[in-house]
Design a binder for this molecule. Structure first.
Ligand SMILES: O=C[C@H](O)COP(=O)(O)O
Length: 258
């Protein structure tokens, strides 16, 4: 089975205006070399208002950095004030879109049915969803993390075909580890990422499960990335705070060298 190319995705969340976006991507590109791009796919996920600037920079300077959005509407067009459609993101050449991030689930009441509709919207427009799943602290304390994450996965993948599913990226982000400095142990990450892969094998096939990249996210930094990424079923990272500084993000991207 072909080895999965690690994916290191930086979720900027609600940080950086379009001018700051250009400066950050330029600095990131300056810090990376061909070997880095051979070892990992590098993606940034800026706010919507930055996407056109990032597209222009990536195209103009022929950068090998990919980009995508942090959310997508479940609808394709119409009277949905404030929403951004998959068609609009596709027109900006977005390769990826985050779906079901825990901050969307918490602050915007996104449930599994809406997450499922957004996953399908992404596929309708040729954009790869980065599906976020993860348990809160209470669920973790009760030892129910695997059941919780698999239920989110099942809900998000309703009516998603095998052909679509083999392109998905799943990001396991324990909510208690996001932005807290409280990183999961490599063993914690491996337990859930392996369970996600096993469920994909049950829902689809071993081939689909073997193709899907499963990321870990939650307080990933340059110094803890190597240990987490050494786990068999962890194929990269979804990075928040540490991606806002180009130097630190480069360290995460170089996880294999430490
Ligand atoms: O999308 C990224 C995650 O929410 C992780 O954020 P963090 O690295 O700041 O903990």
């Amino acid at each position: 089975m072909a080895k999965r190319l690690p994916l290191i995705a930086g979720n900027w969340k609600m940080n950086n205006n379009h001018l700051e976006a250009i400066a950050l991507v330029q600095k990131l590109a300056f810090g990376l070399n061909d070997k880095d791009y051979d070892n990992a796919e590098v993606v940034v996920l800026p706010p919507f208002t930055d996407l056109r600037s990032v597209q222009t920079l990536v195209d103009g300077d022929k950068l090998k950095i990919g980009y995508g959005a942090q959310d997508i509407s479940a609808q394709d067009k119409g009277a949905y004030t404030g929403e951004i459609s998959g068609a609009m993101l596709a027109k900006l050449d977005c390769s990826y879109v985050l779906v079901g991030h825990s901050e969307r689930r918490e602050y915007h009441n996104e449930d599994d049915a809406l997450v499922n509709a957004k996953v399908k919207a992404a596929y309708r427009h040729g954009i790869v969803p980065i599906l976020c799943v993860g348990e809160g602290l209470e669920v973790r304390k009760a030892g129910q993390q695997v059941e919780h994450v698999l239920a989110q996965l099942d809900g998000a993948l309703k009516e998603v075909t095998a052909e679509q599913a083999e392109r998905i990226v799943v990001a396991y982000e324990p909510v208690w580890a996001i932005g807290t400095g409280e990183v999961a142990t490599p063993g914690d990450a491996q337990e859930v990422c392996a369970a996600v892969r096993a469920r994909l094998a049950e829902l689809y096939s071993p081939e689909v499960a073997g193709a899907v990249r499963v990321l870990y996210g939650g307080s990933v930094k340059g110094d803890n990335a190597p240990g987490i990424m050494a786990e068999d079923d962890v194929d990269g990272a979804l990075v928040g705070g540490a991606c806002l500084k180009a130097d630190e993000f480069v360290k995460v991207i170089r996880f294999g060298e430490r």
